[in-house]
Design a protein around this ligand. Sequence first.
Ligand code: CA
Length: 252
Amino acid sequence: MFEQEITAFLRRHHYRGVAPAAALVDMDGTLYDSMPLHASAWQRMVSEIGIPCTREEFFLYEGRTGASTINLLFRRAYDRDASPDEIEELYRRKTIYFNEYPKPPRMEGALELMTTLREAGIRRVLVTGSGQHSLIDRLGADFPGIFAPDMMITARDVTHGKPHPEPFIKAMQRAGVSPSASIAIENAPLGVESADRAGAFTVAVTTGPIPRNEFVKAGAAVIFDSMPEAAEAMPRLLFELLTTTNPDLITP
Ligand code: CA
């Protein structure tokens, strides 16, 4: 079922195989249906400071840290980076707007997927560019028993956010696994790029408006159209990962 995709991944990364021991899991748009609210909060804040923008563009920046998104907009509008004070103030304002909206719901199928991974004995690490406590603090209640408190890499833990590989490399180190023992679960092309560059077998779930081809270009190993679809396929995918080897690296 996934043999072609797995083989293509193994060849591209020169791995003999993938033995999944840890799942590195994105939060916004993957565990929570929060991206539409983030996009609205960004658009409101950025429009208020007089930088022209569209709501849609914020889906493309998904995965970046707040500072990185603000700098991108400042470079476009003013040809300079924002100052640390500007970044702090603008991200604070965006966070206030986000928190004014109703709490985003858990993504349908997300708890099922995480439960499947736990029952398969796979360690779970959260990998998020977010520094917003409102959602991070809810994880324990919304995903009981899924993420240990020390198994989280947030915006505070990294120097370089996605699409740099650092967040996923840090997550691998936190879980004590090698890249070829890691699968990543992501809903954004920049997140997929980050995870693939770190060497993880990256499962993309297209929960937002971004076309499938963007995930292919970013290096997604497999792509699902929804979290319920990913949850249903995961046992089969884990089995095929364990049993598929790189045909180029077979030793006699
Ligand atoms: Ca995301």
